[in-house]
Design a protein around this ligand. Sequence first.
Ligand code: DGY
Length: 420
Amino acid sequence: MKSTVNLAKKTLINNRRSKYTLPTNTKLYPAQWNWDSAFIALGYSNFNLKYSFQEIETLLSGQWDDGMIPHILFHIRDTNYTPNYKAWNCGNKVSSSGITQPPIIVSVLRLIFERQKFSKKEIKKYSSFILKIEKYLEWFIRFRDPKKTGLISILHPWESGYDNSPLWDKPMSKIKIDGNLSYKRKDNLIVKESQRPLKIDYDRYVTIKNHLRRMNYDPKKLYNKSKFNVVDVGFNSLFLKALKDLDFLLGCIGKRSFLLKKYIILNESKLIKLFNSKKMKFKNKDIKNNTLIEIPSITNFFMLFADLNNNLINRNLIKSLKIYYKNEKYLFPSINSKHKSFEEERYWRGPVWINCNWIIYQGLKNKDKNLAKIIRKKTINLVEKKKFREYYSCKSGLGMGANNFSWSAALYLDFKLNRS
Ligand code: DGY
C-alpha cells in the first residue's frame, strides 16, 4: 500500500527535530531514546541516508567518557517528561539519563552498511561510529559483567526497553519504595491509565533511579550496589548479536578485538544454558536475589536473533515459538496470553510490539524462511490496518499507547521496502 509507505515517511519527518527524532510527536517521550533511535535510523536508511546517519551521529554524541550510551538524551531541557533531565542530573556533552538500553544500534549499522553496499573506503569514513560503538560494548563487558561470568546484567527495568514486563515482577517486588518520593507522572495524563504501568511500579522505577543517582552513576560500584540486577535472555541475545555485528564492522576497517572475540564465545555458551531444550523453557537470573525468573515473554525468543551456532537449539526455539503464538490472531503478544501475568492492554504485559516482530523476523530469515514470511506479512497487515501506534492488542488488533509512533513507522518501512 503506497499511501501507508508515504504516511510512514511523513510520520518520521514530522517527529524529527534538529538531527534526531522523537519516539512520538505527542508529549509522551519528548527526547531521544537509544533503541528507538536505532530503529528510526534503520527506517530512514530506506529513503534518506543523510537523516539515518544524522540520527546515529546524534545518538553517539551523548556517549559518556567511560563508553556508555545513555537510554535517553535530553537535547532540549524539557520538563514535561518524568523523570526529566533535572531528576537524572547527569550526562556528558548532552544531558541524559544515567542508564543504558539494548545496543541494537550496532546491528542496525551493520545492516545499513551491508544493504547499501558501501565500499571499504566509505565504511572507513564512518569508522568513528564503529570505534565509539566498540567502546560502548567494552563498557558492558567491563562494568556489567565484572566477574566475567559471560552474561551481562541490567540494573534497571528501563535498561531492557521492555520496561514494565512481568519478567521484572519478582525482583521489583523486593524493592522497598523510598519513603520520601516526590515526583509527578505525566504519562498517564496522555495515555489511558489502563495502558500504562501502575503507580507501585513507577514508585519502584524512581526508587531505583534515585539510588543510582546517589551513587553518582559510578559504574564500578553499581553492579554490586544497585537495587536491581538481572541477567535477561532477551537483553543478552541482543548483546551477543551486537558483538557479532561489531566484530564484522571492525573487520571492515581493518581492526580486530580479541577481547570481543573471546567474549562472543563465552557469552554464546552461557546464553545457550538459559534455554532448556527438553522442557522448552527459558530462565532469567535475578542476580540481586539469587533466584530464577521464568516468564513466557516474547523477548526470550530474541535468542533467534543472536544467530546461535547450534542448529538443534535453533530448531527447538522455533518449535517453542510456534506453540507460544498458537491461536493468536495478531502476532506476537509480548507475554503468552495464557500466562497469569498477561494483560491485553498494559504496556509490555501482553500487547504486540512492532520492534519485537522485527527482531524475531530478522532471526528467522536464515532459519525458517516460511515462518519469516508469515511474520512479515502479518506485521505489515496489522500496521496498514491500524497505523503507527506504540502497541496493539493481540486479540483485536486495537492500537494503543502513543499515536504516530516512530519505530512502528520506521520498521513498517523496513518490512515493506526490504527483504534483507
Ligand atoms: C517510559 O517513560 O515509559 C520510558 O519507556 C522509560 O524509558
